[in-house]
Design a protein around this ligand. Sequence first.
Ligand code: NAD
Length: 280
Amino acid sequence: MTLLDGKKLSNKIRDNVKLEVQKLQKNNITPGLAVVLVGNDPASAAYVNMKSKACKESGIYSIAHEMPETISQDNILEIIEMMNKNTNIDGILVQLPLPKHIDTTEILEAIAPHKDVDGFHPYNVGRVVAGLDGFIPATPYGVMELLKEYDIDPKGKNVCIVGASNIVGKPMATLMLNANATVEICHIYTKDLKAHTLNADIICVGVGVVNLIKEDMVKDDVIIIDIGINRLESGKLTGDVDFENVSKKSSYITPVPGGVGPMTIAMLLENTVKSAKNRK
Ligand code: NAD
């Protein structure tokens, strides 16, 4: 069994981002990322902090717009419009989930597609589905880079995606299909999850359920990508896979933490630099 070390690869990518930023600065461009955080969910605040810290370490200018839970739809839209017009800002991301009274679709669609470094705007979603250049959502993008680093080619492989959200499962499935894998997508209404996972050469799971994928649900030499992040009562972080037992049957597996999580941050930085390079 080989661990897919996302920490190591993400450090390599972040070193490269730093060099790219230095090159841009020679042309008087400092890449800028604006992060919008609404409410006081501790997990969201922690993610925003991690992203801001990563920007700082890479030389990317970042601003966080922190807004109270009670903020109106119009106020958020105004901030986004301001960031759309701000020529020092190359990327805008809205930390999800947003409070229930906010229309998330309208907010995401308000972001200028050329600054949509999270890749959640329908324009970028469509481009990626069509196999065209566009911003690829950071988490599935990070998974594909991690596979590439270990010379794992999804072409012709049976890939089972567990979890079908717009930010994880669906774009993951798209990228796997674009890489010529045969893709199955499972979700909460899938009748017999095991029947699907047992058939898979690669399983990508991003659900948020501890130990969802167990030893008897995978075949020998499976490749496991665990995207889930769950915090146990002890405070320890864990994924969606019973790592101890599933790893014994796997050829490759991502640890949690240290697998997909750090890759997500690295790819966000990369998307921001990509946007800055296209700055008009
Ligand atoms: P979500 O709640 O939007 O979607 C969850 C998906 O899982 C849905 O499609 C649902 O149908 C499916 N699901 C729920 N229970 C299931 C079950 N028992 N069996 C099969 N499918 C089931 O969540 P999300 O935002 O996509 O996040 C999913 C997980 O990925 C969470 O643990 C989240 O913390 C993690 N995540 C990790 C990263 C990272 O960088 N590693 C990034 C984003 C999200």
